[in-house]
Design a protein around this ligand. Sequence first.
Ligand SMILES: Cc1cc2nc3c(=O)[nH]c(=O)nc-3n(C[C@H](O)[C@H](O)[C@H](O)COP(=O)(O)OP(=O)(O)OC[C@H]3O[C@@H](n4cnc5c(N)ncnc54)[C@H](O)[C@@H]3O)c2cc1C
Length: 460
Amino acid sequence: MVGALADSQRKVFWLDSPAAPEPLPPLAGAARCELAVVGGGFTGLWAALLAAEADEDVVLLEGDRCGWGASGRNGGFLEGSLTHGLENGIARWPGEIDRLLALGRENFAAIRATIERRRIDAAWEENGLIDVATRGHEVAWLEEAADAARAHGEDVMLLDRDAMRAEVRSPTYLGGLWHRGSSATVDPARLAWGLRRAALEAGARVFEHSRVRRLRRDGPGVRLDTDRGHFHADRAVLATNAYPPLVRSIRRYVIPVYDYVLVTEPLTDAQRTALGWERRQGLADSGNRFHYYRLTPDDRILWGGYEALYHFHNGVDPRLEEHAPTFELLARNFATTFLQLEGISFTHRWAGVIDTCSRFCVTFGRALGGRVAYAVGYTGLGVGASRFGARVALDLVHDRDTELTRLELVRSRPLPFPPEPLRYAAVQATRRALARADERGGRRGPWLQVLDRIGAGFDS
Ligand SMILES: Cc1cc2nc3c(=O)[nH]c(=O)nc-3n(C[C@H](O)[C@H](O)[C@H](O)COP(=O)(O)OP(=O)(O)OC[C@H]3O[C@@H](n4cnc5c(N)ncnc54)[C@H](O)[C@@H]3O)c2cc1C
C-alpha cells in the first residue's frame, strides 16, 4: 500500500465511535404486528419512526445492526434533491421537477425538524455543497448547471478559479458551483442511532441480528422468517437497499455497487490554515468519475468515490470491501488535490454498497398482491431522500391515494438491468465509456449516447 495508507485500519470511521449503542436482542419465537419493516438503514428507520408516530403497531427487523449498511458508511452529505441532482430530475420528469424540488426542500426541513425535536446529535452542519471543476470543460458545465438551478429558484453561487481557491486551496480547481440551500453534512451513524432511539421512543419494536430469510403470503397478511423466530404481519415495507432482495422484482432494477472511502488523521492547525476551507462546505468533483469530500466534526478529511465497482451476479460479500488498487488510487488522487498536506496519513478505509438503478434515484414497487411495498435504488444520494422514500413506501403499502403516490416519479419504473452475463458486460462497458468521456473533454461516445437516448445509465 502507498505510504499514506500504511497505518490505516479497515474500519468505518463513523461506526468506530463510543456513541455506538448496545445491540438490541434478536427476534426469538413467534409474534404478530400490523406492519413489519425489513432493514434498519435510513429508509427502514424513517418508515418505523413515521409509522410509530402515526400509532401503528410496527416492528423493524435488521439483519445486522441498525446503520450497519450504507446508512452508516456514507459521506454524510444530506441533500434536498430527491432525483440525484437537478439535471437528472429535469431530464426525466420535466413536468414535475418544480414539485419534486419543493418536496425535496420540505423533506430536508422535516429531517432538520425531527433531529431538533428528537434531540439527535447528528453533527448537522448546513454549509452547502460545492461542485468543483477540475477540467476545462467542466467549467462550462457548471455555468449551465447554474443557469438551470436559478431558473428553478435554487440558491447557487458560481465561483471562478480564484474565488474557488479562496474557499478551499487546491491547484487543481478551475471553478465551482456552490449550492447554498437544502444541503448539510451529518455524522450518518449518529443520525441512524438517533433515529433508532426515536423509533423505540415512539413505540416501534426493533430487533437486531434478525435477518429475514424468507417472506411469503400468510392468509391476508405476510409471514417473515428469521433464524430464531417469525412474525405474522398485515403488511411489510422492504428497505433492504442493495442487499440480496426478498422479492424478485428488486433484482431487475437494482445492482449493488461498491464505493470506497478514506479518512485522514485529524488536521493540525497548520494544515487547516494551509487549506482554507473556513466555511466547511461539502465538496464534489463534476466529472463522471467524481470524488466527494468533506471535513469531519473533528477536522479530518473524508475522501471517497471515484471508482465504483460492480461484481458479477450482483456480488455482495464483506471480502469485496478490501480492494487495495482502489484505495491506492484514492490516496494518489488525494495527494494531487491537496499538495500542501504531503505526509498526512489515513486512519480509516472502508467500502459500502450503493443501490444503483438506471435512473439514479429511488424507485418503488409492490409485491405479494400489494401486501408489501419497497423503496430502493437511491444510487448514492439517499441520506436525505430516504425519508421521502419511507413516506412513499408507507403510502403504497397502505394503498393510500396521496399526492406522493400520484407522482410520475413514484409511478414510473427505471429501465431494468439485463440478466447476467450481459449485466456485467454492460456495466463494465459503461464504466470505461464514462472514464473515456472524462478524458475527452466530456464528449460522450456512441455507447453513452445510446444509453442517453433510452434513458439508462450507470452512476454512484
Ligand atoms: C460509501 C458510500 C457513500 C455514500 N455517500 C452518500 C452521501 O454522502 N450522501 C447521500 O445522500 N448518500 C450517500 N450514499 C448512499 C446512502 O448511504 C444510501 O442511499 C442510504 O443510506 C440508503 O439507506 P437504506 O436504508 O435504503 O439502505 P441501508 O442503509 O443499506 O440499509 C439497508 C439495511 O437492510 C438490512 N437488510 C438487508 N437485507 C435484510 C434482510 N433480509 N433482513 C433484515 N435486514 C436486512 C441491511 O443489513 C441494512 O442495514 C453513500 C453510500 C455509500 C455506500
